[in-house]
Design a protein around this ligand. Structure first.
Ligand SMILES: [Zn+2]
Length: 240
């Protein structure tokens, strides 16, 4: 899969006759950073952005939370979103800088109707990172790292059976996939309506999971418990 992306990217750069100026790396996993070395070898002045907390190959520019960066006239803001890995980052393109919409490049933090596995962080950490994504403008386009929409929406129906917005999106996604089309982008506003990992505050979800907030339990502690339960069920669902 990685080789396909790499040669696709290479062919695109050559067709356009442009040099690669920057890589905005979300995290260290091979399917998100495995091309850095070869690309850096070919494009020597290419900057590689990311978090110093992740072991990102060829990292040249370590970013702090909410740091701004620009590539040509495009302006981005990086957000520190640990949980999937200790140094996961997401990037938001300021639409105004490119005469287009705001765009979130979410790596393995957030997928259409899903979220990444919590390999290197607690549910509390992941919740705070997901809250960062959810706090973006509703019109922000979501460009995730993987095409998992059909599977994710099927699972979402198990934990929140009554959700018409999700049902409609699922039908649309099935149609798109049948025609071998991508289901991305969605928007942050849409995701908040059907993505169970962004709905840890929803009573319907609590009911379906059989969870209740403890009498003296802090709200965010409870939401982290809900997130943990949804994640656990999703992992089991995948193995079925
Ligand atoms: Zn990953």
């Amino acid at each position: 899969m990685f080789m396909f992306y790499f040669s696709f990217l290479q062919a695109h750069l050559e067709r356009e006759g442009v040099a690669l100026e920057a890589i905005l790396c979300t995290h260290k996993h091979w399917d998100h950073s495995g091309g850095n070395k070869a690309l850096k070898r070919k494009y020597k002045s290419c900057r590689v952005y990311g978090s110093a907390y992740d072991d990102i190959p060829e990292l040249t520019h370590a970013l702090a939370d909410r740091e701004q960066l620009s590539v040509g006239r495009l302006q981005f803001q990086a957000f520190f979103t640990p949980g999937h890995t200790v140094g996961h980052m997401i990037y938001v393109l300021d639409g105004k800088s490119g005469d287009g919409p705001d765009c979130l490049f979410s790596g393995d933090l957030l997928f259409l109707a899903g979220c990444g596995r919590m390999f290197e962080g607690s549910a509390e950490t992941m919740l705070a990172s997901l809250d960062t994504a959810a706090s973006l403008n509703d019109n922000t386009l979501l460009w995730p790292g993987h095409e998992y929409a059909a599977d994710n929406l099927k699972f979402a129906a198990e934990v929140e059976p009554e959700n018409n917005v999700r049902d409609r999106k699922y039908q649309w996604v099935l149609h798109r996939r049948l025609e071998k089309n991508s289901t991305c982008p969605s928007t942050i506003g849409e995701e908040k309506e059907y993505n169970p990992f962004l709905r840890t505050h929803c009573k319907d979800l609590h009911r379906a999971l059989g969870l209740e907030q403890g009498q003296n339990e802090e709200w965010n502690h409870f939401r982290a418990r809900v997130l943990e339960e949804v994640r656990k069920r999703k992992d089991l669902f995948k193995e079925r």
